[in-house]
Design a protein around this ligand. Structure first.
Ligand SMILES: [Zn+2]
Length: 269
């Protein structure tokens, strides 16, 4: 079996285990975690399941590097998926069927595909005796789709020792290539996403019976505030990460790049 065939096989196996996360604590990663453990055991790698709540399972394995004095790298993926309503699908979301050269199913792009790639590569390393340059902590987390309460958050809070000595972590989104000129392929690593900031808005007004006119309605003030926030044009800036990206693309494509030529953003800080 080629490495690619193994990735496809593992991805299909993973999709066929419906590790659906319904949110509000309702999820089940047990079967998929056991699959990951068995898949690693097959090539002699011992992995441990950390169960944060009944059937909420995280899997950890250590891959020693050639230079164990270097700080380690956490390579992680989540093994839960969001729900799928089969009626909305043209294929069975948990059948992982191959059509038009693609695997179809829940988790095929988020992120059982990457889990499968990680597993297949680690299995190949084990079979061929390859050692990565530095130690790798392999982590497959539960509950990523609903706030990580039973997954990475729980692991970091309850078992920080698992990540001791690691200096970086990498997971989704990454691993897929973008083709630039001359068939050259770039592999991007996403460094951050737009964040969220929860707010509690309080408004006061005048209470009164529903039959009466009220021009001091607290609800009206609240909805106006929400609309204002929604319409606000937030400042934008080129972060150092974005500037590095432009520089590297210029290098790869042989184009000249000068930071001074960057188009001014609509609203700057
Ligand atoms: Zn994801």
């Amino acid at each position: 079996m080629t490495l690619e065939e193994e990735v496809v096989q593992i991805c299909q196996d993973l999709i066929r285990i419906p590790s659906v996360n319904f949110g509000e604590g309702k999820g089940d990663e047990k079967a998929v975690a056991e699959y990951v453990v068995a898949s690693l055991a097959e090539v002699g790698i011992t992995a441990t399941i950390y169960e944060s709540a009944p059937n909420r399972c995280n899997v950890i394995a250590n891959i020693p590097g050639a230079d164990t004095t270097r700080p380690g790298l956490v390579v992680h993926g989540h093994i839960d998926v969001v729900p799928a309503n089969a009626e909305d699908w043209s294929v069975d979301p948990f059948a992982a069927e191959i059509r038009d050269g693609m695997i179809w199913g829940r988790g095929a792009v988020d992120m059982k595909n990457t889990d499968a790639m990680i597993l297949a590569i680690i299995r190949k390393w084990a079979r061929t005796g390859y050692k990565p340059p530095r130690n790798i902590v392999l982590a497959f987390f539960a509950d990523e789709e609903a706030g990580m309460t039973f997954g990475s958050r729980w692991m970091a809070a309850k078992h920080p020792e698992v990540f001791a000595g690691c200096s970086e972590a990498i997971s989704e989104v990454g691993g897929f290539s973008v083709t630039v000129g001359d068939g050259k392929r770039l592999y991007f690593v996403e460094a951050a996403q737009k964040g969220i900031h929860w707010m509690r808005l309080t408004a006061t007004g005048r209470a009164g019976h529903g039959s009466m006119m009220n021009d001091e309605n607290a609800l009206t003030a609240l909805t106006e505030a929400v609309a204002k926030i929604g319409r606000f044009e937030w400042p934008q800036r080129y972060t150092s990460t974005v500037k590095t990206l432009f520089k590297k693309i210029a290098e790869a494509t042989g184009k000249s790049y000068d930071e001074k030529d960057l188009r001014p953003l609509l609203i700057e800080i």
